[in-house]
Design a protein around this ligand. Structure first.
Ligand SMILES: C[S@@+](CC[C@H](N)C(=O)[O-])C[C@H]1O[C@@H](n2cnc3c(N)ncnc32)[C@H](O)[C@@H]1O
Ligand code: SF4
Length: 400
């Protein structure tokens, strides 16, 4: 059985292409966006807004559940394999509010027996009691936004915490019963030397997280840093930091499995692995994105109303837009995720998740292989080390 789908052809006109049903639906995850922070960091372009003294927790939980109700049609009986509370600063929410939310979610979609439930937490919003209560709710993974352990660097980043609070946050997470936690660190910070960057990593490693996300600071449009750029390290220093940092992490048992993600054996983030293997996810909350597959082969991206005040306005719809991915967009959409993974993906995942054959990678594949950026083996699709360094160049071959 095939369904017929309209998609924009090269000439801008719609053409008609047959769409094959998917052999099986991908695993299903849930992303929940909490859009408030104590204050806005000058480098941040996420959908986060300065919190008012009284967060509308109850109204927001009601809205999230009503928003979820609309997406239920695309669940098709699948259990949730993971939930991720991202932000913003989800740890601003009380355990009571998050408990009511999780209960409401589970009433609507069953949880897989081994579900991973992650919450992003910021030092400066940590209270031991609250975190113990989060653990009791079934939240079994924390992602703590440390960024740096050096107070001067934290100040330059406009963070609300200092170095010792960063260490205390990790200690408190463990005491609250979180044996599985990630630390977010950034490098390439204003005026940062190689030694300073490595000191941050050494301190992080000493806290024994199961996972480390190590991002290079980027200047994003519409941020304070974009308009008033700080002095960042020279390219040579950035390169040295990257190389020495990767070696240090490997030496301590943190294997790189994605551009910025490092984990102890078996501790890769399941929620993120689902994104990178082109799995499905419902996104609820202000500005949240989703990607949902249908048995007839349609794959749809959704996005929700961005501003919290609009999201909370009953007169406005939760969903701000959706896009049916055209067949000829699927190679890029799949590879943009899968090639972030250091080991790439099993080649069978491509037909399974897109409904297309490997032949649909077409001319782009030939050119990318010729340039030594992509390796398509019978059993794997993977970016070469060169391709990983120049991922954007590699993906250009698959843009329509
Ligand atoms: C969703 S964000 C925020 C999580 C949390 N609110 C916090 O700030 O700790 C997740 C991570 O992205 C990273 N990040 C945010 N903005 C960045 C930027 N401009 N460049 C590089 N990494 C960035 C930070 O490490 C941050 O912890
Ligand atoms: S705390 Fe995190 S999400 Fe909030 S403004 Fe800072 S970087 Fe952005």
């Amino acid at each position: 059985m095939t369904t017929t789908t309209l998609f924009a052809g090269e000439d801008g006109f719609s053409s008609v292409a047959p769409r094959a049903p998917l052999p099986e639906l991908p695993p299903l995850a849930l992303y929940i966006h909490i859009p408030w922070c104590v204050r806005k960091c000058p480098y941040c372009d996420f959908n986060s807004h300065t919190a008012t003294p009284h967060l509308p927790e109850e109204a927001y939980v009601d809205a999230l559940l009503a928003d979820l109700d609309i997406d239920l049609a695309a669940v098709y009986g699948r259990p949730l394999s993971s939930i991720f509370f991202g932000g913003g600063t989800p740890s601003l929410f009380s355990a009571k509010a998050l408990g009511r939310l999780l209960e409401g979610v589970e009433q609507r979609i069953p949880f897989a027996a081994d579900i991973e439930i992650t919450l992003e937490a910021n030092p400066g919003t940590f209270e031991q009691e609250k975190f113990s209560a989060y653990r009791t709710l079934g939240i079994n993974r924390l992602s703590i936004g440390i960024q740096s352990f050096q107070s001067a660097k934290l100040e330059a980043l406009g963070r609300i915490h200092n170095g010792s609070e960063a260490i205390r946050a990790a200690d408190m997470a463990r005491q609250a019963g979180f044996d599985n936690f990630n630390l977010d660190l950034m490098h390439g910070l204003p005026d940062q030397s190689l030694e300073e960057a490595l000191d941050d990593l050494r301190q992080a490693i000493a806290l024994k997280p199961t996972h480390l996300s190590w991002y290079q600071l980027t200047l994003e449009p519409n941020t304070v840093f974009w308009n008033q750029p700080p002095v960042l390290p020279e390219d040579d220093t950035l390169w040295d930091i990257q190389e020495a940092g990767q070696a240090l992490l490997a030496e301590h048992g943190y294997a790189q499995y994605e551009v910025s993600a490092y984990a102890q054996p078996g501790k890769a983030a399941r929620h993120n692995l689902n994104y990178w293997s082109f799995g499905d996810f419902i996104g609820i909350g202000a500005g949240a994105h989703g990607k949902l597959s249908h048995p007839d082969g349609r794959i749809v991206r959704t996005w929700k109303t961005r501003l919290p005040k609009d999201y909370l306005n009953p007169a406005k719809p939760f969903q701000a837009g959706e896009k049916l991915l055209a067949l000829d967009e699927l190679p890029f959409e799949f590879l943009m995720n899968a090639l972030r993974l250091t080991a790439g993906v099993d080649a069978h995942l491509y037909p399974q998740r897109t409904g297309l054959t490997l032949e649909s990678l077409g001319e782009g594949r030939r050119l990318a292989e010729q340039k030594g950026l992509l390796q398509v083996e019978p059993s794997r699709l993977v970016a070469t080390p060169q391709g990983q360094l120049f991922l954007n160049d590699l993906l250009q071959y698959f843009l329509i």
